[in-house]
Design a protein around this ligand. Structure first.
Ligand SMILES: [Fe+2]
Length: 421
């Protein structure tokens, strides 16, 4: 007999948040009894005093350190393999990762290969990779995010680009989740405004997608707890994290983008990235993220503000389809869609409708200088079938969508997303 799921769980990274929380890294490290740390760091941080500050903290804990800083802006299979090779050639018993999602994701994969062996593709989500699970617990990983987007410090996922296959995908397992996130608003000063905008748009999509994702009790019960997916669907606990993140993005994202010195806004955006990370790390993201992988993977001609090379930053690849997706999913749970719109707006919406949430999102996109849609990212209507093909490969994500999404539905969503305004 087939039964629906009756159980959900919350597994969460420990969190320490606040200005100068970085100064407590040494104290935190001493609790792990580490003797040698692998420090994975975005080289951008060398230009600020962040790298040195962290090295000083590691040394104050009495631990030795080796540093790896060959981080790709959008990690690829090759960059993960190179980082893993470095890890295999060196010994260490704890990892500290400082940077954006790319750096923290690299550290997660390094940890996985160091402890469980094998090739990176063995662990990449099936059907693209073999979808193998880690065979044992990994080393402690302390994540120090410096951007305010991916929420990687709180999630079980590492995302990678596979240029040979023209796609992006991920590795996902609860053992990949960092042990501790040290979130220090002072570090947000290192981030250009364009990056804060893109990252913040990723956060709002994480929060709304997880808030409206298929409720956990509508999934089939797994045969064993081991088979329960990390993305369990929305539940009362993940909703709390997601709602707070939507509220914070509404209050702080525009301010954080417009003024890099506004540490209150930037700090609260960092916190909202972590809040949303805990929310979606439990509930899951779906259609906008499934579409984002091919949108970021197929064309690389877009020059986004704040980035040095031409490509589609993750947050922008996600947000361009979000208004059309939330228009499509509205009828499954109007109440939650309206709640999300009200949290984002910061006040009650009179005469709410299926357009309320897309309207509030588009308003935010305009405020922070987002592209109006996938056309601006370099796509034409004839590219839509290829995007659909890529999105359909992300079944792990699409299965968390609140309703079934057919190829025709994706086609309609992408047509609407050519230009959102
Ligand atoms: Fe994302």
């Amino acid at each position: 007999m087939v039964h629906n799921e009756t159980i959900f769980g919350l597994e969460s990274t420990q969190l320490k948040f606040g200005r100068n929380s970085l100064n407590e890294l040494g104290w935190e490290l001493s609790k792990f009894n580490s003797t040698k740390v692998l420090f994975v760091v975005d080289p951008v941080l060398h230009d600020f005093d962040v790298t040195q500050k962290i090295l000083d903290q590691i040394k104050s804990s009495g631990s030795d350190v080796i540093t790896f800083d060959k981080i790709s802006v959008e990690p690829s299979l090759k960059s993960f393999e190179d980082a893993s090779q470095f890890a295999l050639e060196n010994s260490f018993d704890l990892i500290v990762a400082a940077g954006g999602g790319s750096t923290i994701d690299t550290a997660k994969v390094v940890n996985l290969i160091k402890i469980c062996g094998g090739a990176v593709m063995d662990y990449v989500n099936a059907p693209i990779g073999k979808g193998k699970k880690p065979t044992s617990q990994l080393l402690p990983l302390i994540a120090i995010p410096t951007t305010s987007g991916s929420g990687s410090e709180a999630t079980t996922v590492a995302v990678l680009d596979i240029p040979e296959m023209n796609l992006k995908t991920g590795i996902s397992h609860r053992f990949l989740r960092p042990s501790l996130a040290l979130v220090d608003p002072e570090l947000s000063k290192t981030t250009p405004s364009g990056v804060t905008a893109s990252a913040g748009l990723d956060v709002i999509s994480h929060a709304i997608e997880s808030f409206i994702s298929k409720p956990y009790h509508k999934r089939l019960k797994p045969n064993s707890p081991d088979e329960r997916p990390p993305y369990q669907g929305s539940n009362p606990v993940s909703d709390i994290w997601s709602m707070k993140a939507i509220d914070f993005v509404g209050k702080y994202l525009s301010r954080a983008v417009l003024n890099g010195e506004d540490i209150e806004a930037r700090g609260n955006m960092m916190l909202s990235a972590t809040l949303a990370g805990i929310g979606f790390g439990t509930a899951g993201v779906h259609i906008p993220h499934a579409c984002a992988y091919p949108i970021a993977g197929l064309k690389h001609s877009y020059q986004a503000s704040g980035y040095k090379k031409c490509f589609v930053p993750h947050g922008l690849s996600v947000i361009v389809t979000a208004p059309a997706v939330f228009r499509f999913t509205y009828d499954v749970d109007p109440e939650k869609h309206i709640k999300a719109a009200e949290l984002l707006k910061g006040s009650v919406i009179i005469n709410p409708s299926h357009e309320s949430l897309p309207y509030e999102l588009i308003k935010l996109m305009k405020q922070v200088g987002a592209p109006s849609g996938i056309k601006e990212l370099g796509y034409e209507k004839q590219d839509i079938p290829e995007i659909i093909k890529g999105a359909n490969k992300q079944q792990r994500l699409l299965s968390v969508a609140p309703k079934k999404v057919s190829e025709n539905d994706l086609n309609q969503i992408l047509i609407q997303s050519m230009e959102n305004w």
